[in-house]
Design a protein around this ligand. Structure first.
Ligand SMILES: *[C@@H]1O[C@H](CO)[C@@H](O)[C@H](O)[C@H]1NC(C)=O
Ligand SMILES: CC(=O)N[C@H]1CO[C@H](CO)[C@@H](O)[C@@H]1O
Length: 144
């Protein structure tokens, strides 16, 4: 029992200091892409995201987004340390490099974005967290 608790505490501590990027899940069917990211999916204690993250994810690349159209994003429970932890959403096409959103701090529980993308453009997100203080993790879901 003691050993078990010890292992749990160690695992928890390891998760707390780890900086492994959460996994972005993507599925593609009938030409549609769906994505899902749980910012706490790497086992951070108490459902929090990790410190020291530098995570870039391509939600849809230029091949998947061959014909352009709308990319829908939903962010649930978004809460980060307002000085130092942020998420950016970037849209890049051949005609302009990047127009993005930068989110930090407390946000409404249910944020929705619709990006109307040009053919062969890319939508990516970047999650940056500094070395201290984490908050409740958020969920990103969406489709394109
Ligand atoms: C774009 O995404 C598709 C489907 O997920 C993948 O097969 C392809 O390798 C990706 N292409 C690039 C350039 O990343
Ligand atoms: C990689 C990249 O282009 N990042 C940009 C995404 O959008 C934010 C907000 O506009 C910019 O600050 C980033 O430089």
């Amino acid at each position: 029992m003691k050993l078990f608790i010890c292992v749990l505490v160690l695992a928890c501590f390891a998760a707390f200091v780890s900086s492994t990027c959460p996994t972005l899940y993507k599925t593609r069917s009938y030409g549609n892409t769906r994505f899902f990211l749980n910012a706490a999916s790497n086992g951070v204690c108490g459902g929090r995201y990790s410190n020291n993250l530098r995570c870039r994810y391509v939600l849809v690349n230029s091949t998947e987004n061959r014909r352009g159209g709308s990319v829908n994003l939903n962010l649930r429970n978004f809460q980060t340390e307002s000085c130092c932890d942020y998420l950016t959403i970037n849209y890049t096409s051949t005609s302009y490099r990047s127009s993005g959103y930068r989110l930090r701090g407390y946000q409404s529980n249910n944020l929705r974005y619709t990006l109307n993308t040009a053919p062969r453009s890319e939508v990516s997100i970047y999650l940056y967290t500094d070395g201290s203080v984490t908050r409740r993790a958020f969920f990103l879901t969406g489709s394109a």
